[in-house]
Design a protein around this ligand. Structure first.
Ligand code: PDD
Length: 284
């Protein structure tokens, strides 16, 4: 069952108008929220980011925080034994005719569904992933979690075409984030991630990694990462709701550090797993 405009219904029966501005113009925003053992991960932070995205494109939030919580919990309750990720999106809705400017009176379209999160393959955790550096061809408001993801999809596909799992996006000589993930490096024992700006998505996983680093007294800083520093880093990690924290062990066909997941990543993934375990048992 999926959620569409106030109703739970089978996915085959969930239909929207072809005039929906999400369909015609990509005029909408979204969130992806993991749920571990039926418990939503950092719900307030995800709902706050949704609010920021909606504010940025002038759509009023169709639901209160409590209403969102109810909707998302109803979805994951279908099988709370599984780890799941909830996808939700709000588009501006269907106007009478196609026109770029925001129409006056439209009702937003709200859609949400959940999918199992496949466990991250053991080989990935043992061996890490390959990434390639690509020019960031996206727009100037990457802080908005917009459904308009053509550039991200093209970049991810180019990475796949080159035998890599993720693209690391470079703009004006600096590494910003992945096509669908945030970026961390470890350099001389220090964990570094670029500061929040309109050039990258403020990742919820990213913020938790910084919190865990502080809690466990690991040196960390939010600082711009020149491409050259990325290329010489001892460790590179990519973070996201669905992939958690993946070690990058090959960058542009060259090994990162000694070509294996690094010691700081090993610590961080342990702290992260502990956090998830505590969430399952209601401690967060
Ligand atoms: N994407 N940067 C980009 C461009 C992203 O698309 C994502 C997540 C992130 C990581 O954010 P978070 O930790 O809050 O998931 C960073 C989701 C998972 C997606 O598009 O499916």
């Amino acid at each position: 069952m999926v959620f569409l405009n106030g109703k739970m219904l089978p996915i085959e029966e969930a239909n929207i108008s072809v005039l929906d501005r999400g369909f015609l113009l990509g005029d909408g925003v979204y969130e992806v929220i993991p749920a571990y053992g039926g418990k939503l991960f950092r719900l307030q932070q995800h709902l706050q980011r949704l609010q920021n995205s909606l504010d940025a494109i002038r759509i009023s939030n169709p639901y209160t925080g409590a209403e969102w919580e109810q909707i998302l919990n109803d979805l994951i309750a279908q099988d709370s034994s599984l780890d799941q990720s909830v996808y939700l999106q709000v588009t501006r809705g269907a106007a009478a005719k196609r026109d770029h400017a925001f129409p006056d009176k439209v009702t937003p379209t709200v859609f949400a569904m959940c999918n199992p999160i496949p466990a991250v393959a053991e080989t990935l955790l043992q061996q890490g992933i390959a990434a390639v550096c690509l020019d960031d061809i996206r727009w100037q408001r990457c802080d908005i979690k917009a459904i308009t993801l053509l550039a991200n999809a093209m970049l991810r596909q180019q990475a796949h075409d080159e035998g890599a799992a993720e693209a690391i996006l470079i703009s004006a000589g600096y590494a910003l984030e992945g096509a669908a993930s945030n970026l961390f490096i470890v350099d001389a024992g220090k964990i570094i991630t670029p500061p929040k700006s309109s050039h990258l998505l403020p990742g919820v996983t990213r913020d938790l990694v910084l919190e865990l680093a502080a809690q466990h007294q690991l040196q960390h800083v939010e600082q711009a990462i020149p491409k050259q520093q990325l290329e010489q880093a001892d460790e590179i990690w990519m973070t996201s709701s669905t992939k958690e924290i993946l070690p990058v062990t090959t960058l542009d066909q060259r090994p990162v550090g000694d070509g294996k997941p690094g010691p700081t990543w090993k610590k961080m993934i342990e702290y992260f797993s502990l956090y998830k375990q505590q969430l399952r048992t209601g401690q967060h």
